[in-house]
Design a protein around this ligand. Structure first.
Ligand code: NAG
Ligand code: NAG
Ligand code: NAG
Ligand code: NAG
Ligand code: NAG
Ligand code: NAG
Length: 937
């Protein structure tokens, strides 16, 4: 963020009115995760409709009304989900169809991206954790194995990239009687979330590897070269392949795979997903929650760094526990000057041949936009140089494309303080890497002094162990909860950092990420089912059991530091041994005190003694760090690590001591008082534990979170210039300029308005409506004045997404405001981060002059009304929205000579190479990069 602020200031002072454009603004297209015109409908149970299946009844009802739909897939699992995934233009018509219970937009879900990856070939590789068993030791899994528990008789379905079941450590085969007992490929190798899946019976994955790694964490057989063993090595695993070799998946595929898992009789289903957008509130989470309610255990990870929304009745994990303290990186040797080898962030040597003189693009080592714009005309042919580029402002690929335009092939990018980490460079992978800021500054100094520095990338001998200092703590890339609407997230922490497991081609690799923690808990759940029986009761209480028996995690390694905030560690680090052996059972794992507006001070839970001896209990209150979650006097949340205060809540526990005989239980009441003296402007989120201890057993606990401040008062829509210098929200016109004056649009492929906004906090509902130009409405979002014009090329047109949400209310008025018609509605939109190449903004292209119901917007003058509902706001009340009214938008569609061709929605074209580099495990690369790594200490 800092660099952007500087950049803005710089741009203003240097260029005056012709402010530099944001060339990356539209680069990644529309960021909204919804798939245009695709919906998941849920229909009534069969019994309610006479003599037909309920879906058929719905189809014929639609047919009678001439509503054209295309059925993509059908779901029919009684008691869990009956419905279909359909493509339809007029979703308003769908809403008024008898038999349809719910409509969800189809959501695109990203593949999991491990944070760091390294294929290892021998045990002396520095990436191999010193003690591969330590994750089992720290969680008590080793002791359970010693007791003979191994997950025998338990079936686990893994929804992931497939499994390379030919791996000897995974049994070498697929089918009944093998470790990998079966599965299905729902998508095929080439599926990327935007094309059609090509399913087949074989879930073999030899191109990606993520699912194979996950499978090893659960089920690796002992007696392998690295002596690793899965958490539940005798469990039977089914592979449900929902990701192709790269790319994303739509949530209707996830639902189909979940339901298949139920049909196949899986006891446990585990999924590691990449992005969190939409997932917790979408149809997928509905289905997963219902499966969990039947007593199966569902473990889900969702992203390493994103905000989330909505409650989850599942085990949601978000944590890591790094065991290795050194990561293996490579170094380049320096010639022409005395300097130690320069470490670059890659596991394997960059395949750059020869020795290279350097070329520095900017003499100014504080230039925030280095290489963001096309390089000056007098730039020499860069093909003879190793180009030195400063990180910042625009995506790496943009910088590298500009360098490439001048012939440059190889480069090193120096850090700008964002953090030393792996970086995402798409098709430039192998030609560049990140180096530390200090090395970059040194290189620029030499350049300015005219020293002829050269760089060589040795193929061998360049390995260095780069120290990591977070062992035993929550990984810094783990995101913070709670959800935007203040539900408890994550549930528990599990080992996920520096995990050694199986990968295709009989290999082994070290990966980190929430995706690694998730199967660990799935394996733990298998041990639980094995020990206690596969009953629904055991399944339904598993989350609470794992939470109450988890271990507190400190926030730092010194004694003076508070315990890590519950918003990051959840109830603590899972301890499977204690969970399976606990004889003090608590009825709840989480208490939500809510915010100041809805403060819920009093809570009760039940303590039960299921042991065979009488126990004397002592209850106590243990505070964890209070997360000062907002930057004071700003609308921005702090990027991790979030500062912690030791000032916590107080709690009165009644009774605080009592005895229980075997089989006895009693209720406990806790009354909380929020911490005092904290700056409410930081939106402090306090947390801690009510501990229940008895002599000679490990204490158990209930975790709580609460907030000082009102969620409903939190600003949703960004009007600052911290990330985007233009006044936002805004309509961008055909020339990608902010529209100021009334403007007519012809809605040709190059002339239509784009609604552009940024969210600093999530919103349960964002609406875009068309209103009369002379509407009288009090708006409360006021963008800054226009300073300058953007200069970018027009973005690629994208299909329009339609999703009206309220049957019958889409016309006339919405939330007390008279509207001409509804344009769009987005449920549960996440906040944006400041990565303009990533999730930095929301934009919506109104490409066609049509309302959400598919009817044409008549030519005329209108304004666009953008509304974002505040958290915990009432969606029927205008005052609970943040509201912005656009300048006059004219619809002037020329008369069409003939019936327009019905157009296939265009596939969004993302760089193919980009997909190829996503989610892949190639022998020679690290990749998986992203801002989250920046937060490593
Ligand atoms: C798995 O089962 C086999 C055969 O029943 C048994 O010998 C082995 O000890 C079990 N594995 C573990 C880790 O307990
Ligand atoms: C950067 O410094 C070098 C060496 O002093 C000089 O030749 C070059 O012109 C400078 N470039 C710019 C853009 O100032
Ligand atoms: C917090 O309180 C609000 C208002 O009563 C309620 O709608 C919301 O569900 C509560 N949140 C949680 C997480 O309990
Ligand atoms: C953790 O402790 C170390 C050593 O005392 C200190 O340098 C560091 O700033 C601390 N980190 C945090 C996040 O408090
Ligand atoms: C838009 O079109 C209308 C109708 O043709 C016209 O009256 C109006 O002046 C136009 N506005 C602009 C800004 O061109
Ligand atoms: C609103 O109502 C008008 C007239 O009743 C109708 O023609 C139009 O299609 C409706 N618009 C929407 C968005 O439903």
């Amino acid at each position: 963020m800092k660099s952007l602020i500087q950049w803005t200031a710089l741009a203003l002072s240097l260029t005056g009115i012709s402010l530099a454009a944001l060339p990356e603004r539209f680069e990644a297209g529309n960021k909204l995760p919804f798939v245009p015109n695709k919906f998941i409908i849920e229909v009534d149970d069969l019994a309610r409709i006479h003599s037909k299946t309920s879906l058929d009844a719905v189809y014929s009802s639609l047919e009678e009304r001439d509503v054209a739909i295309e059925v993509n897939r059908e779901f029919d699992t009684a008691g869990i989900f009956t419905g279909a995934s359909i493509t339809v233009r007029d979703v308003v018509a769908i809403q008024n169809t008898p038999g349809i219970k719910a409509i969800h937009p189809v959501v695109l879900v990203q593949a999991p991206k491990p944070v760091f990856e390294k294929r290892v070939t021998d045990r002396n590789d520095p990436a191999v954790p010193a003690d591969s068993f330590s994750t089992h030791v720290m969680t008590g899994v080793d002791k359970l194995h010693a007791q003979g528990l191994s997950g025998k008789g338990i079936k686990i379905g893994i929804l992931d990239t497939g499994i390379d079941y030919t791996h000897p450590t995974l049994g070498g085969k697929i089918g009944a009687g093998n470790k990998i007992g079966g599965g299905y490929d729902f998508v095929g190798d080439n599926y990327n979330g935007k094309n059609d899946p090509i399913p087949d019976d074989d879930p073999l994955d030899q191109c990606n590897g993520h699912g194979t790694h996950v499978a090893g964490i659960i089920g690796a057989d002992p007696d392998n070269a690295f002596d690793i063993v899965g958490v539940a090595p005798n469990a039977t695993i089914f592979a449900y392949r929902i990701f192709g070799c790269g790319g994303s998946v739509t949530d209707d595929v996830i639902i189909e795979a979940l339901l298949q898992g139920v049909k196949d009789g899986q006891d446990i289903l585990t999924l590691s997903l990449g992005g969190a957008d939409g997932w917790t509130s979408g149809a997928g989470s509905v289905v997963a929650s219902r499966i969990a309610r039947t007593g199966k255990i569902v473990t889900i990870a969702a992203g390493n760094d994103l905000d989330m929304f909505g409650p989850l009745s599942l085990m949601l994990l978000h944590i890591e526990h790094r065991t290795s303290s050194v990561i293996p990186l490579q170094s380049a040797t320096v010639g022409g000057a005395e300097h130690p080898p320069i470490v670059y962030y890659a596991t394997f040597p960059l395949p750059i041949p020869g020795t290279w003189p350097i070329y520095v693009l900017s003499n100014d080592t504080t230039n925030p936009t280095d290489a963001c714009d096309p390089l000056p005309a007098d730039t020499p042919d860069l093909s003879k140089y190793l180009v030195i580029i400063r990180r910042g402002t625009c995506p790496f690929t943009q910088k590298l494309t500009n360098v490439e335009a001048k012939g440059g092939i190889y480069s090193l990018i120096y850090d700008n303080g964002n953090g030393f980490q792996g970086i995402e460079v798409g098709r430039f992978a192998g030609n560049t890497s990140l180096i530390q800021a200090a090395d970059g500054l040194w290189l620029v100094e030499q350049w300015l002094a005219g020293v002829p520095v050269t760089i060589t990338f040795p193929r061998e001998g360049g390995s260095v162990g780069f120290p990591q200092t977070r062992g035993g703590l929550i990984s810094t890339f783990s995101s913070y909860g709670p959800s935007n609407d203040f539900y408890f997230k994550p549930a528990v922490a599990a080992p996920g950092g520096g995990i050694l497991s199986t990968v295709p081609e009989d290999g082994f690799a070290v990966l980190s990420g929430t995706s690694m923690a998730t199967p660990f808990v799935a394996g733990a759940a298998a041990l639980l089912f094995e020990a206690k029986g596969k009953t629904a009761e055991v399944g339904r209480t598993a989350r609470t059991l794992f939470e109450t028996t988890a271990k507190y995690v400190p926030s730092n390694l010194t004694d003076a530091d508070p315990l890590q905030t519950v918003t990051q560690q959840g109830a603590g680090l899972i301890n499977v041994y204690d969970a399976l052996h606990a004889t003090t059972i608590l009825s709840k794992g989480e208490l939500i005190l809510n915010d100041t507006a809805s403060f819920n001070p009093e809570h009760t839970f039940r303590v039960s003694n299921t042991g065979s001896a009488r126990k004397e209990y002592t209850l106590s209150h243990i505070t964890a760090g209070t997360a000062l979650s907002f930057i004071p006097n700003s609308h921005f949340t702090v990027k991790g690590p979030v500062p912690l205060s030791k000032v916590g809540a107080t709690a009165v526990i009644t009774p605080s001591a009592f005895a229980l005989g075997p089989g006895q239980s009693r209720e406990v009441t806790v009354r909380f008082t929020p911490p005092v003296g904290l700056d409410a402007a930081t939106f402090p989120v306090y947390s801690g534990f009510i501990q229940v201890a008895a002599p000679s057993e490990n204490p158990v606990h209930v975790s709580y979170i609460g907030a000082i401040g009102k969620l409903r008062d939190l600003t949703i829509v960004d009007t600052t210039d911290e990330v985007i210098p233009d006044p936002i929200p805004a309509i961008f016109n055909a020339d990608a300029e902010v529209q100021v004056e009334p403007t007519n649009y012809t809605f040709s492929p190059t002339d239509y308005p784009t609604v552009f906004w940024r969210q600093v906090f999530g919103s349960p509902l964002v609406r875009i409506d068309l209103v009369a130009p002379d509407i009288k409405i009090v708006t409360n979002i006021t963008p800054r004045p226009l300073l300058a014009r953007a200069e970018t090329d027009r973005p690629r047109p994208r299909p329009v997404f339609s999703f009206p949400w309220h049957p019958g209310r889409e016309n006339g008025t919405f939330a007390q405001v008279k509207i001409v018609g509804q344009i769009e509605e987005f449920p549960f939109l996440t906040r944006n981060d400041d990565d303009l190449g990533g999730n930095g903004f929301h934009s919506f292209d109104l490409e066609e002059a049509v309302f959400a119901n598919g009817t044409t917007i008549p030519n005329g003058q209108y304004r666009i009304l953008l509304r974002a509902l505040r958290v915990n706001g009432d969606r029927t009340k205008q005052e609970d929205y943040e509201t912005w009214l656009s300048p006059i938008v004219g619809v002037q569609v020329p008369d069409k000579p003939a019936e327009p061709e019905p157009e296939e929605p265009e596939e969004e074209v993302r760089d193919c190479e980009e997909y190829e580099n996503e989610g892949r495990l190639t022998p020679s690369y690290i990749v998986y990069l992203g801002s989250f790594v920046a937060r490593r200490a």
